[in-house]
Design a protein around this ligand. Structure first.
Ligand code: NAD
Ligand code: ZN
Ligand code: ZN
Length: 345
């Protein structure tokens, strides 16, 4: 079968012919129907493959939808051949206390047991087929179209989880800032608008991405620079925003976020762009909570699927074939993708 594999760190991946995977005991084989490209894949290429010591070659793709085509011993009775599913990505052991609370994304045993998400440690979904290690990671998508469903597994799940922390601070008098209107950001704006009465200020370096922000419901759109800080203060009567969501996380956006969050506010740094925040007395506003959330829970994923099935999330996608996948990664790297790039093998 064909797969887009990272061969070497600091290089773009390659489309290659690889052996067809076979489901071992407990495993499920999916025929991939859609795979989303996340900016974290760029971080994997640039540094995370080395930092996390991934074994290469590795098939990329941690946003995956597929049809169940086979299952190994012990799991055959738990799944239905032909069912269309999405893959919950942050796999955990299922037995530790965090997993028991639903936080498989923060599993205590994952590192020790070498449990990694698909595409982030072992072969992922940018391929014709992939293996899933547990039936519970296969979430039914019902009649959702896989191309529009697949970004739910990360581009929607991650902002939804971040928003869960901060929903109580977003009332009718509140303002939320969304830094970075890419795959995650354009869905975050919609989740905030649908789930809270707060106003949303979208901030990006690209006019095209700001147009997308306006289209999906942002109340204010600002170019990402120091002037945006003054404008956020103006809109918020001098106080700053109740909640800042940073979907970039480089030093430029972290420096902006630090100046945009108010006393008692929340500052959610979701992007992994390598920036670091100065936190402490005098550096952060009084009682400002700084969070660095990772992905989301399985229950959160069922929630975003329900929202999508009700038609309240308008996910913008660019569709590519597997042959065009490497080119799509170049577009993502160059900041040209609007919404989510999705591969359909
Ligand atoms: P993306 O490439 O689709 O979007 C990034 C957006 O940020 C683009 O619109 C770009 O124009 C904008 N941008 C770049 N520099 C900017 C700046 N200085 N100011 C304002 N906007 C700027 O990326 P994505 O797939 O949406 O991912 C967003 C970030 O979140 C990435 O860092 C990704 O690795 C990270 N991520 C984190 C988690 C997590 O669990 N914490 C999960 C998924 C993605
Ligand atoms: Zn991701
Ligand atoms: Zn666990």
């Amino acid at each position: 079968m064909r797969a887009i594999q990272l061969m070497k760190p600091k290089e773009f991946p390659e489309l290659r012919e690889v052996p067809m995977p076979e489901p071992g005991p407990g495993q499920i084989l999916l025929k991939i129907t859609a795979a989303g490209l996340c900016h974290s894949d760029i971080a994997v290429m640039e540094s995370y493959a080395v930092l996390n010591n991934y074994t290469l070659p590795m098939t990329l793709g941690h946003e995956c939808c597929g049809t169940i085509v086979d299952a190994g011993n012990g799991v055959k009775s738990q799944v239905t051949i032909g069912e269309n599913v999405m893959v919950y990505g942050p796999w955990g052991c299922g037995r530790c206390r965090n997993c028991a609370m639903g936080y498989e994304n923060y599993c205590y045993n994952a590192v020790e047991m070498n449990i990694t998400p698909p595409g982030l440690g072992h072969d992922g979904g940018c391929a014709e087929y992939m293996l899933v290690d547990q039936a519970r990671f296969c979430i039914p998508i019902g009649n959702l179209d896989p191309v529009h469903a697949v970004p739910l597994t990360d581009a929607a799940l991650t902002p939804y989880h971040a928003l869960q922390h901060s929903r109580a601070k977003l009332d009718a008098n509140s303002v939320a800032v969304v830094l970075g209107v890419g795959g995650l950001g354009h869905i975050a704006i919609q989740l905030i608008k649908h789930l809270t009465p707060a106003e949303v200020i979208a901030i990006d370096i690209s006019d095209d991405h700001l147009k997308l922000a306006e289209q999906v419901g942002a109340d204010f759109c600002l170019t990402s620079n120091q002037e945006a800080v003054d404008k956020v203060r103006e809109i918020t009567h001098g106080y700053g925003a109740e909640v800042v969501f940073d979907f970039v996380g480089n030093q430029a956006t972290i420096d902006l976020g630090a100046q945009m969050t108010r006393v008692l506010g929340d500052w959610n740094i979701v992007g992994i762009g390598g920036g670091l925040a100065k936190v402490g007395f005098g550096a952060t506003p009084y009682e400002c909570q700084v969070n660095s959330p990772y992905w989301g829970t399985r229950a959160d994923l069922y929630d975003v699927v329900a929202l999508a099935q009700r038609g309240v999330i308008d996910i913008h996608t660019e569709q590519y074939s597997l042959d065009e996948g490497v080119e799509a990664y170049h577009r993502l790297y160059e900041g040209k993708v609007m919404g989510r790039a999705v591969l359909v093998p």
